[in-house]
Design a protein around this ligand. Structure first.
Ligand code: SAH
Length: 388
């Protein structure tokens, strides 16, 4: 099989640079593009990036790229790729996704069908199977994706399986959870470090708190789940175990963390507790029922991160106005604390009462949201204590 793979880590719009930074931290050079980060690596890289990237969606192998203005070009292009390096005889290889953007070939089901036909023909040739007899596809699954952008085809294999935001610790999610990889990205974009206190005053199912604890303890985000590549014959079980063992060694469960999550809804607090327990972090994160209006602290230099209710989803407009206003008043005395608030409400700053130091556009699924960033005043620990 292959030694070096062309790989992409896909990322939500606005988070590509964060994923790029993570890929570099793992020791790989990369190029950041819209929606993806490109890099190269071996089988171990595929395992490591799936296990460790906190902000990415998926890791895919780029099997090949070529111009495809006609079905014939598409067929020949797909047929010409080195499928024998990826698909052993007996593999299941659904063309799980076809996407056509600004291209002459625009009928996605046809693109899917032609791609399938070309891979089948190629495998029949490679494995000396008679044409006309269907290939058995009862082995491990390799999901193939084809995208056509401006008449240029990219053919990829997904290595991840269910998206990387699914860490495996979420037992229940409540009404409007933030995706785990988005929460991790926001924490990595914030100025929170594990030695600072962190509070999520609208913690819901506890996503920010759990992701922060995993960052703080250097726990691999994927430790609790499986990946598509684990069923592939050319990915050795021993190597996967080695990377998982290395991850276990890198985790530091003794680090002292000060992470708290509050929510007005007792039911949500119970859900957050269950999720924290599933992640093995029940003793690390403090979770309790409280209104954010009652938040007070003497601690300094902390970080508040919050994804409060917004829009029609959870509360009506008037209630939102009042909540954001009270949020502004409650947080105002915490001068040394930084605040990172994620909402789709474009009138947030006005209701909250202060203009953000910085705003960043992100997407929570398809919903455009903004991360409003307020930086705490820098003080040395002996200069000030705060009374809320
Ligand atoms: N980030 C969370 C989702 C937050 S949804 C997650 O990943 O699950 C917003 C949460 O704010 C809800 O759980 C809601 O119960 C809570 N909430 C609403 N008003 C509140 C208030 N006044 N004080 C504290 N929490 C509040």
């Amino acid at each position: 099989m292959k030694k070096t793979f062309n790989l992409v880590a896909t990322a939500a719009a606005g988070l590509e640079a964060v994923v790029g930074r993570e890929v570099r931290q793992l020791g790989y050079d990369c190029q950041v593009e819209n929606g993806k980060v490109r890099f190269q690596g071996d089988v171990k890289t595929i395992i490591e990036t799936n296990l460790w990237l906190r902000a990415a969606d998926r890791i895919k192998i780029v099997v090949g790229q070529f111009p495809a203005r006609t079905f014939e070009e598409l067929f020949q292009g797909v047929f010409g790729l080195d499928w024998d390096n990826y698909l052993p005889l007996g593999s299941a290889f659904p063309i799980s996704k076809a996407k056509c953007v600004k291209s002459k070939l625009h009928n996605e089901p046809s693109v899917q069908a032609i791609t399938k036909k070309a891979v089948v023909k190629k495998l029949q040739k490679i494995y000396h199977r008679p044409e006309g007899v269907p290939l058995m596809e009862n082995g491990p699954e390799y999901k193939i994706e084809v995208s056509l952008v401006k008449d240029h085809a990219t053919v990829m294999i997904d290595t991840t399986g269910s998206s990387l935001f699914k860490r495996g610790y979420r037992v229940e999610k409540g009404g409007a959870p933030i995706k785990e990889n988005m929460a991790a990205a926001i924490l990595m974009l914030s100025n929170w470090y594990p030695d600072k206190p962190l509070i999520d005053p609208t913690c819901g199912s506890g996503t920010f708190c759990i992701e922060a604890a995993m960052i703080g303890m250097n726990i691999a985000p994927g430790f609790n789940r499986e990946f598509a590549f684990e069923s592939w014959s050319w990915v050795s079980k021993e190597l996967v175990q080695e990377v998982r063992d290395e991850a276990e060694d890198k985790a530091d469960y003794d680090v002292d963390l000060d992470i708290s999550g509050f929510d007005i809804d007792a039911r949500m607090v119970e859900i957050a507790k269950k999720n924290a327990e599933e992640a093995g972090l029940a003793d690390v994160i403090k979770l309790k029922q409280m209104r954010l209006q009652d938040l007070k602290t003497d601690k300094i230099n902390g970080v508040i991160v919050s994804n409060p209710p917004y829009g029609e989803r959870l509360l009506d407009d008037k209630a939102i106005d009042i909540l954001y206003n009270e949020m502004g008043q409650t947080f105002a005395p915490l001068k040394t604390w930084s605040k990172f608030i994620l909402t789709s409400d474009e009138g947030f700053e006005k209701k909250y009462g202060t203009q953000a130091d910085k705003k960043r556009k992100l997407y929570n699924g398809t919903l455009k949201v903004d991360l409003y960033q307020y930086f705490g005043q820098r003080v040395k620990r002996h200069q000030v204590t705060e009374r809320g």
